[in-house]
Design a protein around this ligand. Structure first.
Ligand code: GDP
Length: 457
């Protein structure tokens, strides 16, 4: 992932950062992706599909600024570079030598402990001999002399960058034997064991049981041949043994078992099983919340659909003219009650008749594949930019808050790091708004998206 391969250019105004940025991209233009940041002040590009290079020079800069304002803007740039970059290119000027602002920037960089290359620019304008010693004295990893205007030293600089970053990481090999861990969760009596059994008995399925790794959960390995001929491998984490004490009528021990067994956490995709006859109950919400918190894929299964349809057909359910409408009403109610779900697919099954039990496996494959996606950085920023523009987050105290750009930093679950001018806690409703935007734009149905804000605290 590109997220840990970021190079940032910092330095006071007019040292030639943006010239150097363009020089470093140079002939690579064809393979450089045009990268809109969330703010226009930030120039970014992905080089060779390998690393991200950014010029922070435009941030906070306005025409005719006072020296104090320039100083503040420079600090803001350096702060972002420190938060975001693995390697900082600290750009200074040969002919002018080390200035007081340079020393301040150097100080901030030194305190951050970041790796820094000092880049001495404009050596073409150097009249006398270049004295690199004063630049070395600032104490960073290395000093390179360049002319962004004419190109001297840019090859060496590029090599120094790629040497620092090391070789581009290989894409991880696809593990043919990988199994998708699935877990059926739900209140007692919604049909978890029946669905588990229906799955195990499904045609085109080979099952082998493994002894439970925990006291209560049994695992079954399921090898399934899809109609397309594809082989799908699952591990069903069976929580059926976790029955509550029915006499006491308590669901509490089921919940504590579900949690302590780590069954949900071990799942790639967890299924929230609902009973079609009772709709979404209080405990369903609680279980849904636990699955959502665990950050795993989530699919909703409305089971006992045969019974619901019987009622419908016997006209016991008023107000619906078609089966489709009846189903739609279910979907709407679930979306409303479980509004915090990650836009989860909703499937309708009957463990009794076997109706659509296969859909459980199909949706597991679909959600699991999505969970492994890499979201292209340019698109991430496009989506973020649009969303932030359409609706600004509410910020306590009304202080200035800016998001510079975002980057996917993890899969399973998706984690998007947002680089900001300061660390904020966004409201849950706003995070949901952003999450919904990601779901719509990248089609991440059933996959949670977490946001991690980085900035000056
Ligand atoms: P669990 O506690 O969630 O594991 O629920 P069970 O699988 O033990 O099912 C509870 C009851 O509901 C049993 O009597 C099942 O036979 C019945 N049941 C489960 N799924 C269905 C279904 O799809 N349709 C019908 N009609 N009954 C079901």
């Amino acid at each position: 992932m590109i997220s840990n391969r970021t190079v940032a250019l910092v330095g006071r105004p007019n040292v030639g950062k943006s010239r150097l940025f363009n020089r470093l991209l140079g002939k690579r233009v064809a393979i450089v992706h045009d990268m809109p940041g969330v703010t226009r002040d930030l120039a970014m590009a992905v080089v060779d599909e390998d690393f991200l290079i950014m010029d922070t020079g435009g941030i906070g800069i306005k025409p005719e600024m006072t020296p104090a304002a320039i100083h503040e803007a420079t600090e803001e740039q350096v702060e972002l570079a420190i938060q975001a970059a693995n390697l900082v290119l600290f750009v200074v000027e040969g002919p002018e030598g080390v200035t007081p602002v340079d020393l301040d920037v150097a100080d901030m960089l030194r305190r951050s402990g970041k790796e820094v290359l000092t880049v001495v620019n404009k050596i073409d304008r150097q009249s006398g001999a270049l004295n690199l010693a004063e630049f070395h004295r600032m104490g960073f990893r290395d000093v390179l002399a360049v002319s962004a205007e004419h190109g001297q030293g840019s090859r060496e600089l590029f090599d120094a960058i790629t040497e620092f970053l090391g070789p581009k990481p290989e894409a991880p090999e696809v593990d043919e034997d990988r199994r998708i861990n699935i877990c059926l969760c739900g209140r007692p009596n919604v049909g978890k064991s029946s669905l588990g059994n229906a799955l195990i008995r499904a045609p085109r399925l080979i099952v082998s049981d493994i002894a439970g790794t925990t006291r209560d959960a049994i695992e079954h390995e399921l090898d399934y041949t899809a109609k397309t001929g594809e082989e799908w491998k699952f591990r069903l984490i069976d929580t059926a043994g976790m029955k509550p004490n029915r006499k006491l009528g308590s669901s509490l021990d089921y919940f504590s078992n579900l949690r302590s067994s780590g069954a949900i956490e071990r799942a790639d995709v967890a299924f929230l099983i609902l009973d079609a006859l009772s709709g979404v109950a209080k405990h369903d919400k609680k279980i849904a919340g636990e699955i959502a918190d665990a950050g795993v894929g989530l699919v909703v299964v409305v089971n006992k659909w045969d019974l619901a349809l019987d009622s419908f057909r016997q006209s016991k359910v008023d107000g619906f003219t078609s089966e489709k409408e009846f189903r739609k009403a279910f979907i709407d109610a679930i979306r409303e009650e479980l509004f915090f779900l990650p836009n989860s697919p909703i499937i309708f099954t009957s463990a009794l008749t076997g109706f659509q039990v296969d859909e459980i496996l199909k949706s597991a494959v679909m959600v699991d594949t999505t969970l492994g996606m890499e979201l292209p950085t340019a698109q991430v920023n496009k989506v973020l930019g649009d969303m932030l523009e359409r609706q600004k987050p509410k910020i306590v105290g009304g202080r200035r808050f800016k998001v510079y750009y975002g980057l996917q930093v993890a899969q399973r679950p998706f984690k998007i790091r947002l680089f900001c001018n300061r660390e904020e806690k966004l409201e849950d409703s706003y995070l949901r708004y952003l999450e919904n935007g990601f779901h719509k734009n990248f089609r991440l149905d059933g996959c949670p998206v977490k946001f991690d804000l980085r900035g000056k605290s």
